[in-house]
Design a protein around this ligand. Structure first.
Ligand code: FAQ
Length: 311
């Protein structure tokens, strides 16, 4: 790669300019961005499944309409992100094949089952809460199409977070059984939510370069700490207990100290051994196969339209 081009690129990044699709960029920058954005897109698409599971069982028409809208938003985020990734030169077809063959990663969090309605509350509150914490800084990521996608996505995610927290408020203030369900959901989703931020900084192979290129603006551990600090008081407000005996306010650092994350579990889920990983991938592949007729019909329609135009 031409050192002069590289130097000019790095100066632009350092000056907080956006890099746009047709600009020169190092191949490694293109590669790591394609990796991150496509994983992010896959996460949104697979992320529809845990909540999609509850649409037919929502406890009221109002709850159903809200959940339906939220899951549709996730589809929109996924498609938006695939478009952003495509501007880097990889086709959507290639990305989807990578997902369906099990080659591509998507967030560990979506490999856990949704057992009760309270999980819809916990996902909105914790999973969308963690997603926002991670995505707000990405609005200033150095790649223009990704940064702009994040602006819209973050607005919708903050509605998602609130709808989840509102479900938790209703359950935590409800009957003893409802409160128990809320606590159980918090118990099951707390640790996987902390894992969403990725491995600790000292074991995160991509962080240093991504920070230098301003793809990432904050490290995994920095974001995880912020998430804990914001979320623990929210659990207190609900009258629920965060399932961590080592959780304690640290006055000197102005944040919470918290227990050790089970990284063995994290890496197992990354390897595709999550509790419902197989079901998730099967659901995605089936959806793709069952939608084949729509793609074929669209192609046939397009061919006819062209024929007519040529005639
Ligand atoms: N799951 O070196 P690092 C949502 C992988 S939110 C699976 O630290 P990096 C909204 C990582 O890819 C969820 N794999 O990597 C929603 C890398 O492997 P690779 C999606 C993980 O990229 C809410 C290796 O470990 N959000 O969908 C995970 O610097 C509710 C080493 O890690 C995003 O994707 C994980 N949790 O940092 C939808 C945000 N963590 O690729 C529905 C954008 C790490 O080298 C319902 N992404 N790995 O083979 C990012 O900010 C970053 O990519 C990180 C990871 C922070 C996820």
């Amino acid at each position: 790669e031409d050192p002069a081009l590289l130097e000019a690129f790095e100066a632009r990044v350092a000056a907080d300019e956006f890099i746009e699709p047709k600009d020169w960029m190092p191949e490694a920058y293109r590669g790591t961005l394609t990796r991150q954005i496509s994983q992010h897109a896959h996460s949104e698409i697979v992320g529809m499944l845990p909540e999609g599971n509850w649409i037919t069982r929502a406890p009221s028409l109002r709850r159903k309409a809200i959940l339906l809208a939220k899951v549709q938003d996730e589809a929109g985020h996924g498609l938006y992100l695939y478009c952003a990734a495509e501007t880097l030169g990889t086709s959507r077809q290639q990305m989807i094949e990578a997902l369906h063959s099990g080659k591509a990663k998507y967030s560990t969090i979506f490999n856990y089952p949704t057992l009760t309605w309270a999980d819809m509350g916990a996902i909105g509150w914790l999973v969308d809460g963690a997603a926002i914490m991670n995505q707000v800084p990405l609005q200033r990521t150095s790649y223009g199409p990704y940064a702009r996608a994040m602006v819209r996505v973050c607005k919708e995610e903050s509605f998602h977070q609130r709808q989840g927290y509102e479900i938790m408020i209703a359950l935590a203030g409800g009957t003893a059984e409802q409160k128990r369900m809320a606590q159980d959901a918090l118990n099951r989703w707390w640790w996987p939510s902390l894992m969403m931020f990725g491995p600790p900084d000292e074991n995160s192979p991509n962080t240093a370069q991504s920070m230098r290129w301003r793809i990432k603006r904050e490290t995994n551990d920095e974001l995880r700490q912020k998430f804990v600090d914001i979320t623990v008081p929210q659990a207190d407000f609900l009258g629920l207990r965060v399932p961590d005996d080592d959780l304690v306010w640290n006055e000197a650092k102005g944040g919470y100290d918290f227990g050790t994350i089970d990284w063995e579990e994290f890496y197992a889920v990354v390897r595709g051994e999550g509790p419902v990983a197989k079901e998730r991938m099967k659901a995605r592949r089936d959806a793709w196969d069952n939608g084949a007729w729509v793609r074929e019909a669209a192609d046939a329609h397009e061919a006819k339209r062209r024929e007519r135009k040529a005639a």
